[in-house]
Ligand binder design. Structure first.
Ligand code: DX5
Ligand code: ZN
Length: 222
């Protein structure tokens, strides 16, 4: 499978976001990963739909919006209309509302013509999102607890990626995008790809690298 690199703009300079997005595209990235935090589901607050709307004209790359927020259904319209290409929502934010909230949210995202995905935190079994794999264009395995860039990779993500790929293959979706997010660098990237991930999010490893394009290649194992 083609490996896709998704720089997380959480690690960019927020006062120069347009330039950051252009750098990602020029350096060979495949997606722009937008980390949306609400100060409740996770401690910090980052940005909302307006940021997505403002960076939309600065790149042709798909915008991959990772919603780390409570009550995600309330925000889908804004991110869809702002130009998100894919929106992912956390299992943990949905399951505390109702049993059908995750499925309903994924269907709501799709109703806007936007791709959708489910996310699991490091302490949640990936099996919990197996029931919605059929609806998902992508699934996201967190390899750190969300909230901050620059954390250390949690190795138990590897087995979850393996299980996710195995389940996708066994249920007739061998090409499902499996994304991993948190602590990804040239070393951990290789382990994740070997386990079956094909979309690699990286913030600090790319934005702190002396050469962004070389760092993108490094994540691809080139
Ligand atoms: C964590 C975010 C990640 C994070 C990745 O809450 O979802 O996307 O920015 O940053 P690094 O690559 O530095 O771990
Ligand atoms: Zn993220």
């Amino acid at each position: 499978m083609q490996i896709k690199i998704a720089p997380s703009i959480l690690s960019a300079d927020f006062s120069r976001m347009g330039e950051a997005v252009e750098l990602c595209e020029k350096s060979g990235a495949d997606l722009i990963h937008c980390d949306v935090m609400d100060g409740s589901f996770v401690g910090p607050i980052t940005f909302g739909g307006q940021m997505v709307k403002n960076i939309r004209p600065r790149t042709k790359l798909p915008l991959d919006v990772h919603l780390m927020i409570e009550h995600p259904q309330t925000q889908i319209k804004f991110f869809a209309e702002a130009g998100a290409d894919i929106i992912t929502v956390h299992y943990e934010a949905c399951s505390k509302i109702s049993q059908s909230y995750l499925k309903d949210t994924l269907e709501l995202i799709k109703s806007y013509g936007v791709k959708c995905g489910a996310v699991v935190n490091p302490d949640v079994p990936v099996e919990n999102i197996f029931p919605v794999f059929g609806l998902c264009d992508m699934v996201l395995i967190m390899s750190v607890f969300p909230g901050y860039g620059g954390q250390k990779f949690i190795p138990s993500a590897i087995e979850k990626i393996r299980l996710a790929r195995e389940y996708a293959v066994n249920t007739g979706k061998p090409e499902l995008d499996i994304e991993v997010d948190g602590g990804i660098n040239a070393q951990t990237a290789g382990q994740c790809v070997a386990a079956g991930a094909n979309v690699l999010v990286a913030g600090s490893a790319l934005f702190s690298a002396p050469d962004f394009a070389s760092a993108v290649k490094g994540l691809r194992g080139q």
